[in-house]
Design a protein around this ligand. Structure first.
Ligand code: XIL
Length: 321
C-alpha cells in the first residue's frame, strides 16, 4: 500500500540521520516481504539476538557468527550501517557461563576475551556497540548480575575500556529500558555515566530502548529533558529499541494513539542537540517479541502482520519530513 511519498530511509538520509530496525535471522532468510521492507525503509540494522553472548558463544572456546554475519552481509549489500548489541548483559548468557563458578582472573579472561573476539570479528562493519546493556535495576540500584557479583561496580568501566581497546573507532553505548524520560532510573544512569566520564572512561552515548506500553507513554517534555541532560555531558543519545505495545486486538483509536507516541519520541530525538539514530525493535508485528513476553499484548511496530504500513509509520514519516 506504500504511496509515492518518500520512504523513512530517504527522509533520514536527507538529514544525515539513522533510522533502523532490529532484525531476526529467521524472517530475514525466509520472508521476502520482510527483506523488501528492511531494504526500503531503513539505513541501520541491529541483530535482534544474533550478536548476544548466548547465541555467539555456545562454549567457552567456541564462537558462532554465522547468523550475525548473514545479517551484516544483508546490511552491507544494501548500504546500511550496523549497531552491535550487546556485549555485557545479564540476560541470554550461555548456560555454560551461568553455571561456571569462575575466579576473578578467569572471569576477566572470559569477559575481556568475549569483548575482543566479538568486536574484532565485526571491526569496520559495526559502528556502534551496546557495551553494557541494562546494568541498572528498575529501582535505580545497580542490577544484580554475574558481572556485578564477580567484578563489583568496576565492571562497567572495565567493559568500556576493553571495548575501546578492541575497536578504537567504535561508538560505545550504555543501553537500558524504562530510562526514556526523566525518572529515578534514568537519573541513576545519568549519575553512573557522568561518573564514568569523570574517570576518563570511553563512553560515547546512551541508548534509550523505548519499549513502551500504549497506556503509559512518556510526555514529550520529559523525553526531551532527559535526552538534553545526557547531551549536556557530551554524550550522543540513540533511541535503540522502540515499540509501543497495545492490548490485542488493537483498535483504530489505539493505532492513532500509538502513532502519536512514536511521533513524540521521534520529535524529541530530532529536536535534541545530538540524538543520532532511531531504531524500532522489529519490522512487522508478525515477528515481534511482544506477544511472547507480554501476555495478550502486541501490535507494537510500524508495519502490521501482513507488512502494511500503520499510522505509526506515517507519523514517523511526517516527523522526518
Ligand atoms: C529480546 C528479543 O527481542 C527476544 O527475541 C529474545 O527472546 C529476548 O530478547 N531489551 C533488549 C533486547 O536489550 O535485547 C531484548 O530483545 C528486548 C529487551
Amino acid at each position: 500500500m506504500q504511496d509515492n511519498a518518500a520512504t523513512l530511509r530517504a527522509l533520514a538520509d536527507a538529514r544525515g540521520f539513522r533510522i533502523g530496525a532490529a532484525v531476526g535471522h529467521e524472517p530475514l532468510i525466509r520472508d521476502p516481504r520482510y527483506r523488501e521492507i528492511l531494504a526500503r525503509e531503513f539505513n541501520v540494522l541491529v541483530c535482534e539476538n544474533a550478536m548476544k553472548c548466548g547465541p555467539t558463544r555456545p562454549a567457552r572456546d567456541r564462537f558462532e557468527f554465522a547468523e550475525a554475519d548473514a545479517i551484516v552481509a544483508f546490511a552491507e549489500e544494501h548500504g546500511m550501517a550496523v549497531r552491535g548489541h550487546a556485549l555485557v548483559w545479564h540476560n541470554m548468557l550461555p548456560s555454560w557461563l551461568e553455571k561456571a563458578r569462575l575466579s576473578y582472573d578467569d572471569a576477566i579472561d572470559v569477559v575481556r576475551g568475549h569483548i575482543f573476539t566479538v568486536m574484532s570479528h565485526f571491526r569496520g562493519k559495526v559502528y556502534a556497540w551496546d557495551v553494557v546493556n541494562e546494568g541498572v535495576a528498575d529501582d535505580g540500584r545497580w542490577r544484580d548480575s554475574l558481572f556485578l557479583r564477580t567484578f563489583g561496580p568496576d565492571y562497567m568501566a572495565m567493559a568500556f575500556h576493553w571495548a575501546h581497546e578492541a575497536d578504537p573507532e567504535a561508538q560505545l553505548f550504555y543501553n537500558d529500558y524504562s530510562a526514556d524520560a526523566v525518572n529515578p532510573k534514568s537519573t541513576a544512569i545519568y549519575g553512573i555515566v557522568r561518573g564514568l566520564l569523570k574517570e576518563g572512561v570511553p563512553v560515547h552515548g546512551v541508548g534509550l530502548q523505548m519499549h513502551l506500553s500504549l497506556y503509559d507513554t512518556p510526555k514529550w517534555r520529559a523525553l526531551a529533558d532527559n535526552i538534553a541532560r545526557f547531551n549536556d555531558l557530551g554524550l550522543d543519545v540513540q533511541i535503540t529499541e522502540m515499540d509501543v505495545r497495545t492490548r490485542e486486538p488493537a483498535s483504530p483509536d489505539d493505532l492513532r494513539e500509538q502513532a502519536r507516541a512514536y511521533r513524540d519520541v521521534m520529535e524529541a530525538c530530532l529536536s535534541a542537540t545530538r540524538c543520532s539514530a532511531f531504531l524500532v525493535w522489529g519490522v512487522t508485528d508478525r515477528y515481534s517479541w511482544i506477544p511472547e513476553v507480554f501476555k495478550g499484548e502486541g501490535s507494537g511496530l510500524l508495519f502490521d502482520a501482513s507488512g502494511q504500513a500503520k499510522p505509526a509509520y506515517f507519523a514517523l514519516r511526517e516527523a522526518l519530513g
